[in-house]
Design a protein around this ligand. Sequence first.
Ligand SMILES: Cc1ncc(COP(=O)(O)O)c(C=O)c1O
Length: 401
Amino acid sequence: MEGKDFMSKILNQFLDENLEGLRSKGMYNEIDPVDGANGPMINIKGKKLVNLSSNNYLGLATDEELKSLAKDAVDSHGVGAGAVRTINGTLDLHVKLEEKIAQFKGTEAAISFQSGFNCNMAAIQAVMNKEDAILSDSLNHASIIDGCRLSRAKIIPFEHSNMEDLRAKAKEAVESGKYKKVMVITDGVFSMDGDIAKLPEIVEIAEEFDLITYVDDAHGSGVLGKGAGTVKHFGLQDKIDFQMGTLSKAIGVIGGYVAGSQKLIDWLKVSSRPFLFSTAVTPADAVAATEAIDRLMKSTDLLDQLWENGDYLKKGLKDLGFDIGESETPITPCIIGDEKAAQEFSARLFEEGVYAKSIVFPTVPRGTARVRNMPTAAHTKEMLDQALAIYEKVGKEMNII
Ligand SMILES: Cc1ncc(COP(=O)(O)O)c(C=O)c1O
């Protein structure tokens, strides 16, 4: 139906122009319907594909024991938490989850949120406000950018992982006397390139200028530092104020968290708006995430398998002649450059049996469009070989290699 009865004319025009704009540039992302679970193989539109698109790094999203414990939690605690924790109290399962996160991260305490995105909306604005400034890596995740905007602090981007630029901007911000507090915020692992933040240098600069430090370790937790993340990888647990993370990627469930000092967590519990005004994750989520973390703390088997698979896929793609960038983690981009070519490449991979999505602007800078590959601990060598053979075929056909 068209016309004013259904939609305002101005909204209609806005949507038409913007949707057409994206589609004509090959930048409209069609979302694929998945049949069944998100495992190392995935069923989409009647095809069974090698899945290189998920962040289910350790394969825990479909782990049988976690599924069984989650079902028990539904029986014992129900399907929902019932109300926000400040009104209805905290379920024992959320308390256990937070205790486990703190142990995992080596901090005094932790607070959990409904998602990683939500966590960045919550934690940054709980501490920073319009009298403050935030030094933010230019490739930081969208949720960091939005969390910073919400705080109304002055956002000062620094060039990606450029420590000279960070130092110069930190000096200028602090010495200007214009800001009450200055924070430096960075991804631990950059999700589209797989490179690791230079945390030792960041900490040095932070100590020199008394900056608040905030690391979003969505892609480092469960991957680096024997699973505990980027901060542990560098042995900096007592140097970072906010260790933020997500329970939706390596942990395989849903939710986000900040681990830090007891004082910081006490403050976040009374001041962060998504904690105060939104219901916590379900009992099944809390139990599954707690068990997943416990598993990671007891054994590095899954982690070792993830790295073995990551190294195998990386070497295979590099040997074929693909540009895989400078990744230092299992995240493996194949950089194509042109937006439309990256989308066409991904579509051809799909036809042949690989699910690896193209990533285009605004997720990555213009002209650096890519297909992002994420091998997991759950992939077998056969699956990875199948993917590499398809990459070779499509890469040659499109003159990419
Ligand atoms: C760096 C980073 N932070 C936060 C998030 C959001 O996490 P979640 O999916 O748990 O909301 C993501 C998700 O892609 C991410 O890559």
